[in-house]
Ligand binder design. Structure first.
Ligand code: ME8
Length: 514
């Protein structure tokens, strides 16, 4: 039987510079959700990639004195290798410069045209290159640089007055359909605070959207309109369709579209919950089921990260310093998904040593070492379970249900908290049952305790593998188990007699870098 498909995406990043910790955070959080669904038995398609067109890329290339194609090739490769380094289990890394994407974007364009939603006009207004966004005058804010008159976008980025011939999309026509859709699908925009912002914005009225540019040519050509390239966001959003075979591979597209979840940052919620659904409605395509706008990762001291402040953190340096599981676990556990978060080396070391090295790692290491020493290097045969063993397994089952409920609500940190409560309970079981003492008088009972501890470690590892895949694969190997488990394995028991390799530590203790 084919399992139920689940299509999840990150935003695609602008490769105008190296990836920063915010990009890493989004990839890690989305990966955790994708892996959780795979463990639950869903057929997951997970897409990430790079958004390579637009004026920002053109300007950056010009500043650096390089060709825009070499900038995008070089930087896109860095985003891909960051994903690989972070154990991001993407099924497709898409680049918007791929031929398949150019033709998908043109097909979408033709669908908008066929629905009479495009007209030629003249754009006259504000544009922020950094946000690649048009803004109404009423949205602009006064610059905080003390220069009075200077205007900034609501994101605090510079804007420039732009006049050019442009195709327009009849966004205004979709105000009521969007409001109706939001009302009928309250789960479409999450978290709630972002939903409220978007409702207010759409209720305030929608202007038609300028969807082509004529002042540069680094983009997808507008079909039948020489000199026009598509507005980068139209092409960028279309990546979600290209990735699952639009418009030619009807079978894949039918299977995975509409997407189950677009994970994006809070600064681009409007593009995904206003422009994107309006374009899809116009093209007669189904709308994604959910868009989640996560918070921002702030630099040390809670500042916004920016190149000009020189406080942009390279995720690869953090992985080099602390390890990939440590970074993943810290971000997933400490940042409440949807809120802003911050981090410091001290906070990473403290959290990782407490939860990974001391709690989880210690339990695995101590119990497996005892088995290696006392049970001929194989899982011992248990005697009858007592109330202590039954309650140990029950605590883990409760954690499993709590984690599933939390993940259904995208409360990633709550899911981990529930699993780590069960880790603490397993550590307590091991300490209280003290198999090292029991062995002196009742070796059979000691074997039972070690068997159930190994079983607890096995289950807790399967429950954690979506968050910290590397260390969990190591522990599963130490337990003689497959490194590609599924949640259905949680209802089995580890087989007595399974030969075990020599135990090694799964999660090293971290030191603060000097
Ligand atoms: O917005 N903390 O690309 P991008 C957390 N190409 N997330 C952050 C962040 C931070 N400090 N800074 C950025 C784009 N992000 C478009 C997307 S999708 C069709 C096109 C998030 O490289 C940001 O919110 O500026 C976005 O979700 C992603 O990183 C890529 O940002």
């Amino acid at each position: 039987m084919l399992s139920e498909p689940y299509y999840i995406t990150t935003a695609i990043s602008y490769p105008n510079g190296k990836p920063h910790i915010g990009h890493a955070y989004e990839a890690i959080a989305t990966d955790a959700i994708a892996r959780f669904h795979r463990l639950s038995g869903r057929e997951v398609f997970f897409q990430t990639g790079t958004d390579e067109h637009g004026l920002k890329m053109v300007k950056t290339a010009r500043e650096k004195g390089v060709e825009v194609t070499s900038l995008s090739n070089e930087m896109s490769a860095l985003f891909k290798s960051m994903c690989d380094r972070l154990n991001i289990s993407y099924d497709r890394f898409i680049r918007t410069t791929e031929p398949a994407h150019l033709s998908a974007s043109q097909s979408l364009w033709k669908a908008l045209e066929a629905n009479d939603d495009l007209y030629l006009g003249r754009y006259e207004g504000w544009y922020s290159v950094r946000d690649e966004a048009f803004y109404d005058d009423k949205e602009l804010v006064a610059g905080s640089d003390g220069e009075g008159g200077s205007k900034l976008s609501p994101q605090g980025t510079p804007v420039e007055w732009t006049i050019e011939e442009s195709w327009f999309f009849r966004l205004s026509k979709y105000q009521q359909p969007l409001l109706d859709y939001f009302a009928a699908h309250p789960e479409f925009i999450r978290p709630e605070s972002r939903r409220n912002e978007i409702l207010r914005f759409v209720e305030g009225g929608l202007s038609d959207l300028s969807v082509s540019r004529t002042s540069f040519d680094w983009g997808v050509k507008v079909p039948g309109s020489d000199g026009h390239v598509m507005y980068v966001w139209v092409d960028a959003l279309t990546n979600y369709l290209t990735g699952v075979g639009y418009p030619n591979d009807a079978e894949t597209f039918g299977r995975f579209w509409p997407a189950d979840l677009h994970v994006i940052g809070k600064d681009i919620v409007r593009f995904h919950t206003v422009y994107w659904p309006a374009l899809l409605l116009s093209a007669g395509l189904a709308l994604p089921k959910q868009v989640f706008g996560h918070g921002f990762l702030l630099a040390r001291g809670g500042e916004k990260m920016s190149k000009s402040l020189g406080n942009v953190v390279d995720p690869i340096e953090l992985v080099d310093a602390f390890g990939v599981d440590a970074l993943r676990y810290f971000l997933l556990r400490e940042v409440s998904f949807g809120s802003d978060g911050s981090y410091s080396a001290e906070a990473i070391v403290t959290r990782v040593n407490a939860d990974l090295a001391n709690n989880f790692g210690n339990l695995a290491q101590r119990s497996l070492s005892m088995i290696a020493k006392n049970c001929d290097g194989a899982v011992p045969t248990p005697g009858a379970a007592t109330e202590a063993e039954e309650s140990l397994l029950a605590v883990i089952t409760t954690a499993q249900h709590a984690a599933s409920a939390a993940m259904a609500d995208l409360a990633i940190n709550t899911a981990l908290e529930a699993i780590w409560q069960a880790m603490s309970a397993a550590n307590l079981y091991f300490a209280e049952q003290a198999p090292w003492t029991v062995r002196k008088t009742d070796p059979a009972r000691a074997d039972t305790i070690l068997y159930y501890t190994a079983e607890a470690v096995r289950r807790l590892t399967i429950l954690s593998t979506w968050a910290i895949p590397e260390g969990c694969a190591r522990i599963l190997t130490l337990l003689g188990q497959s490194t590609t488990p599924s949640f259905t394995d949680l209802s089995n028991m580890i087989e007595a007699g399974t030969p075990l390799p020599t135990p090694v530590g799964a999660f090293p203790r971290l030191e603060l870098p000097v």
